[in-house]
Design a protein around this ligand. Sequence first.
Ligand code: ADP
Length: 290
Amino acid sequence: AVYNLGSINADLVYRVPHLPTAGETLASVSYTRGLGGKGANMSVAAARAAARVVHIGAVGADGAWAVERLLEYGVDTRAISVVAEPTGHAIIAVDDAGENLILLYPGANQAIPEADILSALNGAGPEDTFLLQNETNAGRFAACTASALGLRVAYAAAPFEADAVAAVMPLLDLLVVNAVEAAQLEQATGLGPSDLPVRDVVVTLGADGCRWYNTDTGEAQHFAAIPVTAVDTTGAGDTFTGYLVAGLDRGMPMAQAITLAQRAAAIMVTRAGAADVIPDLKDLEDARFS
Ligand code: ADP
């Protein structure tokens, strides 16, 4: 199974005639509440890719709807703790030109009890995969625990934080970064993707696809993206990583898992929204990519 320690956010999206400036009071034209957060997005993507997914995280007393939605999307939610802090949320203003302004409140995502992480991982082992990002507390603690239990450890270094990356790097089997994060990582460590002490490194390149660096063999392989008309790139990287990790957890070779991940991410960029619109395997089949 995939054990994903990750954020759960309410994405509160307000359409506005223009982005507000300091001191301004602005009425929004519409409002929607979606499920988001990199962690939740990746859990949903991995579940959509037919992996068994255990989400490890936390919400506040106001987060029951988010847990229910994860459950509806096929994620095992029993390791999601309810804590005193309010559920994490993002207040997102989007203007008519598609420009956005985002205010993020981490809340419960930074209050995941370590004891709950330990009990969630109890029983997991070398057949399983542990996944994490940078939107929760206890990343290093959980990665150390998972690594000691023999799980394959995968990490999406997003949003980029040099200290967080350095803390988990020695534990990783797989690192996934986008082009911006790869540049930030190189700035912070002086190492390019092929020089990192991680066996498999995947750098996603948006419409240019991705590159897989196998640092064991020293080989790099480019995978072209599937040509689509992008509408909203929110969650593309999360969908890619969730599918990739699910494929690997299900025993696929890397190239096959990457191909699957790129198909899912290509469909995702044609849809507006986050976790609620991540495609499933049936959607990938119906899309009939050549
Ligand atoms: P992030 O969303 O983390 O910034 P990327 O923009 O690199 O990540 O996108 C992740 C993956 O999503 C890419 O590797 C690619 O497979 C797919 N993707 C992103 N943008 C496009 C696009 N415009 N057309 C087709 N596929 C895309």
